[in-house]
Design a binder for this molecule. Structure first.
Ligand code: DX5
Ligand code: ZN
Length: 225
């Protein structure tokens, strides 16, 4: 086992973009561990969000938290350098978004960031064994990527458990992240299946009290051995 301390990662997809910096500072003060930054291109996924300029502006405004950049763009390689320069700490990519996954993950690592690989609900874990040495984080999608506020797909728990076994066969730390439909009511199930990093967008930003919601999630996580 190389389970890492639990991290709660609010997805800014559900934040108020009119005051994004303030929203991020608020959620960090409320106890968030890292910030999940969803990048969508209306091509790989049917939605359009934000790019490296926004990340750069957030950094310039003084936000120094860990930025967990989830790239849902195709092609992906050209944007990696931009996100590295903008201040990404973790950059995750979907195997379907690149012709040469090994090269893409290497680009992220060589640029000094941690590399993540993302599996959609219908994507098998097959390639993980081929590139596990190049990844610092495995992200299991528990919704189809593109939108916040969707329902958690329960079969994702099996995939989490399978990914956990592969990670545990490594002798170095690799995080296991879950993304989509996570809330206080199901976060413990994801933890029990092996997740240590929990993305939550609508559950946190849609709540009236970010600190209370994050505290409720942490309390649920404490129930998992
Ligand atoms: C979906 C994104 C998620 C999304 C999660 O494509 O990758 O990060 O923001 O939102 P919730 O937590 O509302 O399902
Ligand atoms: Zn995401």
């Amino acid at each position: 086992m190389n389970r890492q301390p639990s991290w709660i990662a609010p997805s800014i997809l559900s934040a108020n973009f009119a005051c994004l910096g303030e929203e991020i500072n608020n959620v960090l003060s409320a106890g968030a561990d890292i910030i999940h930054f969803d990048v969508m291109d209306n091509h790989y996924v049917p939605n359009l969000t934000i790019g490296p300029l926004v990340l750069e502006s957030l950094r310039k405004s003084g936000i120094d938290s860990t930025m967990d950049v989830h790239l849902m763009v195709k092609p992906v390689d050209r944007l990696i350098g931009d996100f590295l320069e903008a201040g990404a700490d973790i950059i995750s990519v979907h195997p379907e978004s690149t012709e040469h996954l090994h090269r893409t993950l290497s680009l992220i690592r060589e640029g000094g960031a941690q590399a993540g690989i993302v599996f959609n609900p219908a994507t098998p874990l097959g390639v993980l064994g081929e590139v596990i040495d190049l990844v610092d984080l495995v992200l299991i999608m528990s919704v189809n990527p593109g939108f916040g506020g969707q329902a958690f797909i329960p079969q994702s728990l099996n995939k989490l458990a399978d990914a956990r076994s592969i990670i545990d066969s490594q002798d170095r730390p690799v995080r296991l992240e879950i993304d989509g439909g996570i809330k206080a009511a199901n976060i413990a199930d994801a933890a029990a299946a092996g997740a240590d990093t929990f993305v939550a967008g609508s559950a946190i930003f849609g709540s009236d009290d970010y600190a209370a919601t994050i505290a409720e999630m942490r309390a649920a996580l404490r129930t998992v051995a």
